[in-house]
Design a protein around this ligand. Structure first.
Ligand code: HEC
Length: 250
């Protein structure tokens, strides 16, 4: 009897070890890393959107949004979202290294932005969540030195800044999945494919317009918004863009 159970246990252990091949394991790890870095990226951008009125306040000088303060608030937003600290991720793991590169980028962008955002007597300064996100992405991508990249992007018909334009893969995921009837709200796509001609694990998360977005992206199509850009005439809840993350596998 007893040996029969031992046999079954061994058999189940063998099945389990075959089920988690190195490739499947890598897939799970890459997905976890993507979720974590995209959560951190959004956590950082939320600091800027939460403080938009404050940043635009002409009566105030120092906004108290130093590099250290924004990194700290980013970590708090991450904790609220994932219910654990970003510092719990082992610092020397691939995810830990990517997190550190992202937080470094956040700090650098805020250091560079101090003169602009602390200018007294000036209201709207053009320092928006999307602008901040683009600058953070650029610095993160430089810091990762070809091992990964992140980008805030948008469908071609909604694009404001050409630097944020989609590549073929992003565009096709947006059009055939995110914009397809019945696509589950907020569901990302992941795929092992190519990016810039290299083998990569890719992750794309859809984002939708909330009420606060419509003063610029909503209204009547063609009207001019506070930034001097052209309103898209979007409606509440419509797909507004996506966050794209890639881990290079070569
Ligand atoms: C004050 C006006 C304003 C508001 C409010 C605003 N945006 Fe934007 N958005 C812009 C501008 C300007 C850009 C171009 C930024 C740049 O230069 O990278 C932009 C860029 C973007 C992009 C990047 C792709 C592109 O078109 O270049 C996305 C995605 C986006 N916005 C979504 C949103 C969402 C979602 C919200 C609400 C949570 C929002 N925006 C709120 C003005 C605004």
């Amino acid at each position: 009897m007893k040996s029969k159970y031992i046999f079954i246990t061994l058999f189940l252990a063998l099945v389990a070890s075959v089920a988690t091949t190195p490739a499947a394991h890598a897939q799970v790890e890459n997905e976890k890393q993507s979720q974590e870095i995209v959560t951190l990226f959004r956590a950082a951008r939320k600091v800027i959107s939460d403080n938009q009125a404050h940043i635009n306040d002409a009566t105030k000088g120092d906004k108290g949004l130093s590099a250290a303060a924004v990194v700290q608030k980013t970590k708090e937003n991450f904790q609220n979202d994932l219910k654990r600290s970003v510092d719990d991720t082992p610092a020397d793991s691939p995810t830990g290294l990517a997190n550190a590169a992202l937080l470094t980028a956040v700090g650098e962008v805020m250091t560079d932005a101090q003169v602009l955002i602390n200018e007294q007597g000036k209201g709207f300064k053009g320092f928006l969540p999307a602008v901040f996100a683009r600058q953070v992405a650029e610095k993160f991508n430089t810091g990762m030195n070809g091992r990964a990249f992140i980008k805030l992007t948008a469908p071609r018909d909604l694009l404001r800044n050409r630097s944020n334009r989609t590549d073929e893969w992003e565009s096709s995921q947006i059009e055939t999945k995110f914009r397809a009837a019945g696509w589950e709200h907020g569901k990302p796509v992941t795929e092992e494919t190519t990016s810039k001609g290299r083998q990569a694990f890719r992750y794309l998360l859809p984002e939708y317009y909330g009420q606060s977005c419509l003063s610029c992206h909503g209204g009547t199509k063609g009207e001019i918004d506070i930034t001097g850009g052209t309103k898209e005439g979007a409606k509440l809840g419509e797909l507004g863009g996506a966050i794209s993350f890639a881990i290079y596998l070569d």
